[in-house]
Design a binder for this molecule. Structure first.
Ligand SMILES: *[C@@H]1O[C@H](CO)[C@@H](O)[C@H](O)[C@H]1NC(C)=O
Length: 177
């Protein structure tokens, strides 16, 4: 019974994923960046991996965030290197329960050496400059809560800035959702 339920959920997940892809304006080779938040730990995590997302929701108490049903306004990111893109690294510090995204190899290495982060991998490949169909991906930081939050909505970034997060600028450019 449990197995049947799991299979159905996985199937539904794939169905939703397929539906999203069909309606997306973003080009082939890109994937939707999902945003989820763990309210007890105040940790925002970003992933293009639906399996990981469902795992975080089912086992670690994360919730999809924001106003649209897919979460905070994010965007679509290339899954392989393209001209004018750089890897967007994802790191995690267990002591801070903080996920960090950066395109800077210098910041990545410093975070690993000095701040207790470890490299989880590459979220995707982000553009370094604005362009047709692209939106800025803003990075905000709440040092009290040890939380990094990212959004491609100026409005959401301003909301966060009114609620204790400091705008740290643009990490890169994604295709609009
Ligand atoms: C997606 O996440 C799952 C669960 O964390 C992992 O086993 C799998 O390797 C990931 N897939 C990719 C393509 O990274």
């Amino acid at each position: 019974m449990r197995f049947l339920l799991l299979t159905t959920l996985l199937w539904l997940g794939q169905l939703c994923y397929a539906t999203t892809s069909v309606h997306a304006r973003a080009p082939a080779g890109t994937a939707k960046v999902y945003s989820a938040m763990q309210p007890d730990l105040v940790d925002h995590v970003y992933t293009i991996n639906k399996t990981e997302l469902n795992f975080l929701i089912s086992y670690y108490g994360f919730k999809l965030e924001g106003k649209d049903p897919d979460g905070t306004t994010t965007g679509f990111i290339h899954t392989s290197p393209q001209p004018s893109t750089v890897p967007l690294f994802r790191l995690y510090a267990i002591g801070r329960t903080d996920h960090l995204l950066t395109t800077s190899t210098e910041e990545r290495d410093l975070a690993v050496k000095r701040l207790g982060y470890h490299l989880e991998g590459v979220l995707g490949y982000a553009y370094t400059e604005e362009g047709e169909g692209l939106v800025p991906f803003y990075r905000l930081h709440n040092s009290g809560a040890h939380d990094h939050y990212y959004t491609s909505s100026k409005e959401e970034s301003e909301d966060a800035a009114r609620n204790g997060w400091v705008n740290e600028g643009i990490v890169g450019y994604l295709f609009a959702s």
